[in-house]
Design a protein around this ligand. Structure first.
Ligand code: NOJ
Ligand code: CA
Length: 672
């Protein structure tokens, strides 16, 4: 049932009134105050009885024109309320409640310019979104934003989990620090407040605009300013009126687990624009991949070339046998020997030991998706110039998923991964792919801002320090995964690629070092049970079991991956503490089965969970994949205990997690 009710109220306000406007969340706990007649337009946010964001500036500095942020009068105010439910094509939850109060403030400058700008606020029970609109008007044609003036002035010295601002990469470990000690940050940045609630600053619907980072003011304590990623000439955003900015988002929740359950980012994006979605399907995949990262195989042609016809067909056979729907192949196309050079790849020519036609036909005959690979090495423009040719080639071969990559700097001089030029490139890839019925998994991407709602072929992305770092660097410490769901995960799906079974790389003989970060001591810093649990904890509609298949053969633990669902009716966070532990459950969209993943940092932990999420009146067989008594990520990571129990919604379980460990459970509804 869709319930829609909209109250529409238009108030015209006299020009010389000082205007302070307020808009609250449906449950009245969040209150936003907008004051447009102070020295600069500004907003502030209260949560319950606490001032969270102090008065903070709004507006723009423009190149070649006066700043657009002050001397405004209010020429119109519209308030409305809407409460609807919409359904996702795929996702963590099938149905999403979209319940908000909206306030639009129409501003016009006093004086001779009389330029107009609208501020749009949407306030939900789980946070606030606001954006700028510069409508079509006589005195504005092209817009060159040299600075977005948006501020986030925190009222208290809260604690945050963040990565330092970077215009090219999000592949860093998160740090925890008081706000006062943070010079700059990427978004999302997640905050635990002195007043006991949690929040996150990010953006939604990043379209035709530069990515936002935050920079702390050297002059004003706890004042973070929007710092947009620039074009080579220093301008941040180049647009024409009418212009809508992305939403600036402030998610707020009483607990860290509730923050993870927030749908604010999706709600602030436009509805699905793809009419026929029958070709879009979440799936599990494996790949000719890990061997290259470990250094036992190569992307380049030669004796150890991973992407050869014979080995790829073995992967297809394995996938077919084990309920895996896709096989990614990297290094199938020429150009890897020119790594680091300009336009190294043509993206379409196979190496001589790889028969693309045969392999794609072989995959199709076994009902397996061949996942294509476009590594640009930063040559985004060359990829963009050949988009139709590349995607139509894949389409003709029956390939409907492509992984993209932008490793290294962007080759177009002075451009960054996260500037407007690349934001537009990434979007062009997604919309062109949609024309050819192709799903995208983007590596070295722009951060997720909810575009998957509008273009549900934008499946998943990296933008995270993923599994690969374990192969050739000091790796990801055990607490990394207990931070990700509360930080990077708030933005959207993560292609982390869990599932390494050979945790110490004992089977990876004859490794050849290809990366300077590899000091020869690399390993995975978790237990095996935790690798399984990550498949539930870290959400992705394309979920890669990343180890080489030899390490999965005859491993009873692989059955969990084999049985794992890929699309969810509903998801819940049962408990969690940022950086310490988290337990997530998800109900399969296509059966009555539930899946649980629980993980801890380097500390061992017993976590009691009640199973009240299970459907009432049903009995379940719980297949439990647990750390053993002596399991320890450091000394004994691979010991796993697999057993079964009969449970129902009244049962509770004590999850015993080893240091660096985890637990994964499949609850199978038993027909009675
Ligand atoms: C970096 C990507 O994250 C990784 O998955 C890929 O294998 C390499 N680039 C090569 O394309
Ligand atoms: Ca990467």
């Amino acid at each position: 049932m869709r319930i829609i009710f909209i109250i529409f109220l238009i108030t015209l306000i006299s020009c010389n009134n000082t205007k302070v406007l307020k808009v609250v969340s449906p449950n009245s706990k969040i209150e936003v105050t907008i004051d447009v007649e102070s020295e600069s337009a500004q907003y502030s946010i209260n949560y319950k009885d606490s001032l969270f964001i102090k008065p903070s500036k709004l507006g723009f500095e423009l190149k070649g024109a006066q700043s657009l942020n002050k001397n405004f009068k209010v020429i119109g105010v519209q308030k409305s309320h809407s409460n609807t439910v919409w359904s996702q094509v795929w996702g963590e939850n099938k149905d999403i409640v979209d319940n908000f109060n909206k306030l639009t403030v129409n501003l016009q400058e006093r004086g001779h310019l009389k330029r107009k700008m609208n501020l749009i606020f949407k306030v939900y029970d789980d946070g606030v979104g606001f954006r700028y609109e510069i409508p079509e008007q006589e005195n504005i044609d092209s817009i060159s934003i040299s600075k977005e003036l948006t501020e986030f002035n925190f009222s208290k010295n809260d604690t945050a989990w963040y990565t330092p601002a970077n215009f090219d990469s999000y592949e860093m470990l998160y740090k925890k620090a008081p706000l006062s000690e943070i010079a700059s940050a990427n978004t999302p940045i997640t905050i635990e407040t002195v007043d006991g609630f949690f929040a996150s600053i990010h953006e939604a619907n990043l379209t035709d605009y530069a990515g936002m980072t935050l920079l702390q003011s050297k002059h004003k304590a706890l004042s973070f300013q929007c710092n947009l990623v620039p074009w080579p000439d220093g301008v941040k955003v180049k647009r024409k009126a009418p212009m809508l900015s992305p939403w600036r988002t402030i998610q707020i929740a009483d607990s860290a687990d509730k923050l993870v359950e927030s749908n604010l980012i999706l709600n602030l994006n436009e509805p699905n624009k793809i009419k026929d979605v029958s070709w879009i399907e979440p799936m599990k995949y494996i790949g000719v991949w890990w061997g290259m990262h470990l250094g036992t195989q190569t992307w380049t042609l030669g004796e150890r070339h991973g992407a050869n016809t014979i080995d790829t067909e073995r992967y297809i056979d394995f996938a077919h046998k084990h309920n895996i729907q896709g096989v990614l192949v990297e290094g199938w196309n020429t150009g890897w020997e020119n790594w680091g050079k300009k336009d190294a790849f043509d993206f379409v020519t196979p190496y001589e030991d790889f028969n693309l036609k045969e392999v794609t036909q072989y995959a199709a005959a076994k009902n397996i998706n061949f996942i294509g690979h476009v590594e640009t090495g930063g040559a985004a423009q060359s990829f963009q110039d050949h988009l139709d040719e590349i995607f139509s080639m894949y389409h003709k071969l029956g390939v409907k998923t492509v992984k993209t990559g932008y490793a290294g700097g962007i080759q177009t001089k002075g451009q960054y991964h996260h500037g407007q030029y690349m934001v537009n490139h990434y979007r062009e890839v997604v919309t062109t792919a949609a024309k050819y019925h192709i799903m995208i998994d983007a590596h070295e991407p722009i951060k997720a801002t909810g575009i998957r709602r509008t273009y549900p072929n934008m499946m998943t992305r990296e933008g995270v320090r993923g599994m690969e770092w374990n192969a050739w660097s000091s790796g990801n410490p055990p607490d990394h995964h207990t931070i990700l769901p509360f930080t990077r995960g708030l933005a959207g799906p993560i292609d982390y690629t869990p599932g390494t079974f050979d945790i110490l790389y004992r089977n990876a003989k004859n490794r050849v070092k290809w990366n300077d970060l590899d000091d020869g001591t690399s390993r995975v810093n978790t237990t095996l049970a935790k690798q399984l649990a990550l498949f539930v904890v870290l959400y992705s509609p394309l979920q890669m079991a990343s180890d080489v298949i030899e390490n999965y053969e005859n491993q009873p633990a692989f059955k969990f991956i084999e049985d794992l669902g890929v699309d969810w009716e509903t998801s819940k966070v049962l408990n969690g503490k940022i950086g310490d532990y988290i337990t997530v459950v998800r109900k399969d969209k296509h059966s009555d089965n539930w899946f649980l993943g629980s993980i801890t940092d380097e500390n061992k932990r017993n976590i009691k969970v009640t199973l009240s999420f299970l459907d009432k009146g049903k009995k379940y067989r719980a297949e439990i994949y647990a750390d053993g008594l002596n399991t320890d990520w450091k000394t004994n990571p691979q010991e796993i205990n697999i057993f079964q129990e009969e449970v129902d919604f009244k049962s509770s379980l004590e999850l015993k997690l080893a240091p660096g460990g985890g637990q994964a459970i499949r609850f199978i509804a038993i027909n009675q």
